[in-house]
Design a protein around this ligand. Sequence first.
Ligand SMILES: [Zn+2]
Length: 114
Amino acid sequence: MSDDEGGICPNCGLPQDLCVCETIAQEEARISVSIERRKWGRLTTIVEGFDKNIDLSDLSTKLKAKLACGGAAKHGHIELQGDHRGSIQEVLAKLGFPEEMVQVDWSFQVTGRR
Ligand SMILES: [Zn+2]
């Protein structure tokens, strides 16, 4: 046996060109979207539940660009400045996360009052 070990996926053991880990990670992800109120009443959208195979810093960069907001990937979740619950499903769908895998928590009501 003289297997070329150069292109073997460490997760599934398949050659990289056959590896579907990232695709499976996206299909199995259960993403939840919720809101937190931060300092000075600023709202932050928390997007979590991504599989560890997902590149969160890359994904957060795309989300920030599409939603035109600030944010960051930290500790396995993505934080986005502002309330993006109304558009996050559509944006995630375009990035390969179907709407049905994204659960949005609407229990936090933004009343507009201070
Ligand atoms: Zn793999």
